[in-house]
Design a protein around this ligand. Structure first.
Ligand code: S3P
Length: 425
């Protein structure tokens, strides 16, 4: 894909549904009794992998575009899958499903693509094993494929070394099948979509500070779920509108859950003109329309407790920092190394290609911004968030930018390039 500046971004856009919430709507819908009706479901490849896995375990799921109906069979209604469960590129699918599979009365094996088979799974294997689960890495390298056998699960109090919603959710889901209460304490609170949605389905779950506790064997009941727009997808248009002079865009119905909205706070600290309109706090997941106008940005420090609230937005924030005046320091973000790609290495490498003065550190990046940057060939490493970040950078660079493996955006945003083009007219 080749991209270059055409015109300022103008107009309105509804970004697709939130990826984390879409995954959970299928998983929890499958474990609930009765129908779960999901609207604005994200039809990205990752969420379709989750649908395929549950269909393989006998759950009827009807999908008509972004409308999905799940015919749940209750906590013990899944059936033994006919073959290996394929999570594709989706870490959320492997890690959350490991927790569910650990509680089943059948053997299972879950794996995914090349990237998934390099990502660390010990972080879920360890607490599950502590609960009594039988889960092994087939290659013995702490990665997928994971083989899971039936076992009796015990409630534990797990102190997680990482702030990871995938780890937290995995343990809570296994906790549904345990013989007592299970709690997870994180160093910093990570996204809380599982907590909000499990409670909505009827789980007995409490959250206090950085600890979440769940009671086993609840009766979960099918629900109607309206998935808000994904702030992680909106992030690319927020950035593009901020960077391209003369832009003004209205992003409609974006999820602004406080465990996910760190990017908005950082952009505002960098001098961004972003206004929240029509805020709606009536449902479990708050949302708002975001009015974004081009702004001149300055560097900042991104560190500490805010990191989990913007972990997936750090690639696009690094792009913003490259165009902002002054230095931006990102620290406490070593988790970036174990995402779909090593995002510290891949972002540093590609930012250097467009002429940016950037340095990789052990847990982040130092970006000295504000120089004019130029188009280049970008190696996305098939990481959707890297590809989308440089599609935005391309609009603010001189000349043309070519993105290798640009179609990887289908993981989280199949219509991304089309939506970007529409706003640039
Ligand atoms: C996710 C949690 C985050 C995030 C990922 C989605 C989720 O990962 O990066 O894109 O849906 O729970 P970690 O739990 O590894 O931080």
């Amino acid at each position: 894909m080749k991209l270059k500046y055409i015109a300022p971004l103008r107009g309105e856009l509804s970004v697709p549904g939130d990826k984390s919430i879409s995954h959970r709507s299928i998983m929890f819908g499958a474990l609930a009794q009765g129908r779960t009706e999901v609207s604005n479901f994200l039809t990205g490849a990752d969420c379709l992998s989750t649908i395929a896995c549950f269909r393989k375990m006998g759950i009827e799921i009807k999908q008509n575009g972004s409308d999905v109906t799940v015919s749940g069979k209750g906590l013990h209604g899944l059936s033994s899958p006919s073959g290996i469960l394929d999570a594709g590129n989706s870490g959320t699918t492997v890690r959350l499903m490991s927790g569910i599979l650990a509680g089943q009365r059948f053997d299972s094996c879950i794996t995914g693509d090349e990237s998934i088979c390099r990502r660390p799974m010990k972080r879920v294997m360890q607490p599950l094993t502590e609960m009594g689960a039988s889960i092994v890495s087939r290659q013995g390298n702490g990665c997928a494929p994971l083989e899971i056998r039936p076992a009796k699960l015990h409630g534990i109090r797990y102190q997680s070394p990482v702030a990871s919603a995938q780890v937290k959710s995995c343990v809570l889901l296994a906790g549904l099948y345990a013989d007592g209460k299970t709690s997870v304490t994180e160093p910093v609170v990570s996204r809380n979509h599982s907590e909000l949605m499990l409670r909505y389905f009827g789980a007995d779950l409490t959250a206090e500070g950085t600890t979440v506790t769940i009671a086993p064997e609840p009766v979960l009941t099918g629900q109607k779920i309206k998935v808000p727009g994904d702030i992680s997808s909106a992030a690319y248009f927020i950035a593009a509108a901020l960077l391209v002079p003369g832009s003004e865009v209205l992003l409609k119905n974006v999820g602004i859950n406080p465990t996910r909205d760190g990017m908005l706070r950082v952009c505002q600290a960098m001098g961004a003109d972003i206004t929240l309109l029509n805020e709606d706090h009536s449902g479990a997941e708050p949302c708002a329309d975001l009015l974004v106008r081009s702004s001149s940005l300055h560097g900042t420090v991104i560190e500490g407790e805010i990191i989990p609230t913007l972990i997936d937005e750090l690639p696009i924030l690094a792009v913003l920092a490259a165009f902002a005046d002054g230095t931006t320091i990102i620290r406490d973000a070593a988790e970036l190394k174990v995402k779909e790609s090593d995002r510290i290495a891949v972002m540093t490498n590609n930012l250097t290609r467009i002429g940016c003065d950037v340095e990789a550190t052990d847990d982040g990046m130092i970006i000295r911004g504000g120089k004019p940057l130029h188009g280049a060939v970008i190696d996305s490493q098939k990481d959707h968030r890297v590809a989308m970040s440089f599609a935005v950078a391309a609009l603010a660079c001189s000349g043309e930018t070519e993105i290798r493996d640009s179609d990887c955006v289908t993981i989280s945003y199949p219509g991304f390039y089309g939506d970007l083009r529409t706003l640039c007219r």
